[in-house]
Design a protein around this ligand. Structure first.
Ligand code: HEC
Ligand code: HEC
Length: 347
């Protein structure tokens, strides 16, 4: 892979600098636009997102951002994507186990933070969606989330001259289609990158760990890295990490998608990046603190036929070790994205 190593994820090209492949034949929806470069951070693998099908442009990004913060995508105007995906919590729901949706309802799972999505080949904790483009139609139509029909969204958007102009800027004509909406939202969300935590800085030789963090790093490498490996801090597999089934939510994870018994109670291993600001934790937000998550691996493991063999005997830590491990997990926090004004709601 010849990906350039840099932490800057996009370079806004100077006006007049057009996307080179913009005029390729047969690619409708890709007129001359201000191209954005997606730069892979140092040490990251090659992304899986197919940028050739949806090249990033400044205009596409801005349209996606507008839609992400746009109440018109929801039935009563109150539930844009951003109502559950808060920038301050790396685009997860801040401090809520389940997030609020239309008519005082709530989602069935803890809202996943949105970052480094270009490296995922499936979305939702059960992997129900294969692409970002497919995923975004789900919350819009879910009765307990945005509760709107796509047709109504299009009608609302088409009435607004400013929105028509933004679609024209991004895609060449004023035509507002589902596909264009999906592409624009995907351009915005796929640009959410975090790769500048203390961990990354130490890797780059720009910072050094405290003794606590260093001991925590060793504990992490021995006990956690098999499922949450560097540098993404997930292996993207589905595993049963021994959580009890909530009788209220009755959530069997990956099983709901594949229908296979062996997938029962398996959930996608989440990244531990930014984990200090994505509380509460696990698919249903049952744990409030990192300490509680670590203690789960020692005290609460539920035995079952699909429990991951690595956790059969639990993983036990003493109180000093828990402090060290938490210190390391905190070193995975990156405030670059949470403070980036480019992603901030501006209208
Ligand atoms: C009512 C709250 C709510 C709203 C509104 C909402 N989401 Fe979500 N989002 C969630 C929840 C909850 C999940 C986790 C779903 C799961 O794992 O089953 C999620 C998951 C996702 C994921 C998957 C992330 C991953 O890594 O797997 C993406 C992408 C996403 N949302 C984008 C959006 C976009 C784009 C919109 C607007 C069109 C939106 N969401 C609106 C609650 C919401
Ligand atoms: C056998 C694989 C496995 C091992 C080993 C493992 N985890 Fe996990 N971890 C998971 C899975 C799967 C989940 C998601 C469960 C869910 O969503 O319900 C998870 C979730 C978490 C979460 C919650 C993250 C969030 O955003 O909700 C934290 C924190 C965590 N693990 C920390 C650790 C630590 C620390 C260790 C080492 C002591 C560790 N894990 C070892 C598989 C594992």
């Amino acid at each position: 892979m010849k990906w350039r190593l840099t932490i800057i994820i996009f370079l806004v090209t100077l006006s007049g600098n057009f996307l080179i492949n913009a005029c390729r034949k047969g690619q409708e929806d890709i007129p001359r636009k201000t191209g954005l470069t997606f730069t892979v951070p140092a040490g990251f693998p090659a992304p899986l997102y197919d940028f050739s099908k949806n090249p990033l442009t400044e205009e596409g990004f801005q349209l996606g951002k507008m839609l992400f913060y746009d109440g018109r995508l929801s039935k009563d105007g109150n539930y844009p994507c951003a109502s559950c995906h808060h920038q301050v919590a790396v685009f997860g729901t801040y401090d809520h186990d389940l997030s609020h949706g239309y008519n005082n309802q709530h989602s069935n799972r803890n809202a996943t933070p949105l970052f480094n999505l270009a490296w995922k080949d499936a979305f939702h904790t059960d992997g129900k969606f294969k692409t970002l483009e497919d995923e975004c139609l789900d919350p819009i139509q879910a009765p307990n989330q945005m509760a709107e029909e796509i047709g109504n969204v299009l009608t609302k958007l088409r009435k607004d001259p400013h929105t028509l102009q933004m679609f024209k800027a991004a895609f060449g004509t004023e035509e507002i289609t589902i596909k264009r909406m999906q592409k624009a939202l995907a351009q915005f969300t796929v640009s959410m990158i975090t790769a500048n935590s203390k961990y990354d800085q130490v890797k780059r030789g720009e910072n050094s760990y405290t003794d606590f963090e260093l001991r925590g790093y060793q504990l992490y490498k021995t006990n956690c890295a098999s499922c949450h490996p560097e540098p993404m801090f997930t292996d993207y597999s589905y595993r049963n990490n021994g959580l009890s089934v909530s009788p209220y939510l009755n959530d069997y994870g990956r099983f709901l998608v594949t229908g296979k018994k062996e997938d029962s109670l398996k959930f996608k291993v989440p990244s531990l990046r930014n984990v200090s600001i994505t509380f509460p934790y696990m698919h249903d937000g049952r744990y409030q603190s990192l300490k509680a998550c670590i203690e789960h691996y020692g005290n609460n493991i539920q035995q079952s036929s699909t429990l991951d063999p690595l956790l059969k005997n639990g993983i036990h830590f003493n109180s000093n070790e828990i402090i060290d491990l938490v210190a390391f997990l905190r070193a995975l926090t990156d405030s670059t994205l949470t403070k980036d004004l480019r992603f901030y709601q501006t209208h």
